[in-house]
Design a protein around this ligand. Structure first.
Ligand code: NAP
Length: 255
C-alpha cells in the first residue's frame, strides 16, 4: 500500500519545475494526478510524461488560478475526470522583481493575483469537496523570500501572506478533517531561478555555484527536495500538523 493509492491530487503550475516534480512524486506513490497550468497543451504534455501506478490516471488542464471562473471549471473537471479530490497543492507562481521605486502596479497586482488570490480561489473551490467528505489536504508554496528579499516587495509580501493564510485555514478547516500547511523553499533549480540568473547577467552555472557555496549544506535544492516535503505534509502521517510553514532551504535561513 503506497501513501496516495486511491487519492486524487491536483497540483497548480505543474507543467514544469517544482510543480512537475511534486506531481511526479504523487504519481509514483499511487495517486491520480491533475496538472493545472496556464497553457492546456503544456499541462497535457506534462501529464503524459508522469509515470503512473497501475490503475491511476493523469489529466492536464489549462487554467488561470487568478481567475474565479477558470478555477471553478478546472476543479469541477478534476472531480469529474479523475473521480474525486483529496489533495490540493497551490504551487503556481510568477516573479516580477524590481526595487520599490521601479515596481509597477501591474507587476504588484500580477504577483498578488497568482500567488495569493490564486491560493484563495483554488482552496475555496477544493474545500467544497473536502468539507463534504470530511477529508482534505492543502499544501501551499511559500518561500524563504517571505522573510525579506531585496527587489521582491511584491513576491515577499505574497509569500508571507501565504503563511498567514495557512495559519487561518488551519483554524477554520481543522474540525472538518482538512490539514492546511505551507512549504517555504530556498533556492531550487528551475526556470524561475534561471530567469533570475539572466536578470543578474550571470550564467546559470555561476549563479547556482555561488548559491551552493553560501548554503550551509553546500548545494542547491532540486524539485525533488520540495516534492518530498509537500508529499509528507499531504500524507496521513502528517495528520496532526496544520497551519505550519516548513522551510526547506538547506539551512539558508539559519545564516
Ligand atoms: P516555474 O518553473 O516558473 O513554474 C511555475 C509554473 O506556474 C509555470 O508552469 C507557469 O506557467 C505557472 N503559472 C504561472 N502563472 C499561472 C497562473 N496564473 N495559473 C496557472 N499556472 C500559472 O516556478 P518554480 O520555480 O517551479 O516555482 C514553483 C513555486 O515554488 C512558485 O510558487 C514559486 O514562487 C515557489 N518557489 C520557488 C523557488 C525556487 O527557487 N524555484 C523558491 C521558493 C519558492 P507559464 O510558464 O505559462 O507562466
Amino acid at each position: 500500500m503506497t501513501r496516495f493509492e486511491g487519492r486524487v491530487a491536483v497540483v497548480t503550475g505543474a507543467a514544469r519545475g517544482i510543480g512537475f516534480g511534486t506531481a511526479q512524486r504523487f504519481a509514483s506513490e499511487g495517486a491520480s494526478v491533475a496538472i493545472l497550468d496556464l497553457d492546456e497543451s503544456a499541462a497535457a504534455e506534462a501529464a503524459g510524461r508522469l509515470e503512473l501506478a497501475d490503475g491511476a490516471r493523469a489529466v492536464g488542464i489549462g487554467a488561470d488560478v487568478s481567475d474565479a471562473t477558470s478555477v471553478d471549471t478546472a476543479v469541477e473537471r478534476v472531480v469529474s475526470e479523475l473521480g474525486g479530490l483529496h489533495v490540493l497543492v497551490n504551487n503556481a507562481g510568477v516573479t516580477r522583481d524590481n526595487l520599490l521605486f521601479k515596481m509597477t502596479e501591474v507587476d504588484w497586482d500580477l504577483v498578488m493575483g497568482v500567488h495569493l488570490k490564486g491560493a484563495f480561489l483554488m482552496t475555496k473551490a477544493a474545500q467544497r469537496h473536502f468539507t463534504e467528505q470530511r477529508y482534505g489536504k492543502v499544501v501551499c508554496l511559500s518561500s524563504t523570500s517571505a522573510l525579506g528579499n531585496r527587489g521582491q516587495a511584491n513576491y515577499s509580501a505574497a509569500k508571507m501572506g501565504i503563511q498567514g493564510f495557512v495559519r487561518t485555514l488551519g483554524l477554520e478547516l481543522g474540525p472538518y478533517g482538512i490539514n492546511v500547511n505551507a512549504v517555504a523553499p530556498g533556492f531550487i533549480a528551475t526556470e524561475m531561478t534561471d530567469a533570475t540568473a539572466a536578470r543578474l547577467k550571470m550564467s546559470v552555472e555561476d549563479f547556482r555555484a555561488g548559491v551552493a557555496d553560501r548554503n550551509p549544506v553546500k548545494r542547491i535544492g532540486h524539485p525533488e527536495d520540495i516534492a518530498a516535503a509537500v508529499t509528507f505534509l499531504a500524507s496521513d502521517e502528517a495528520s496532526y500538523i496544520t497551519g505550519q510553514t516548513l522551510y526547506v532551504d538547506g539551512g539558508a535561513t539559519l545564516l
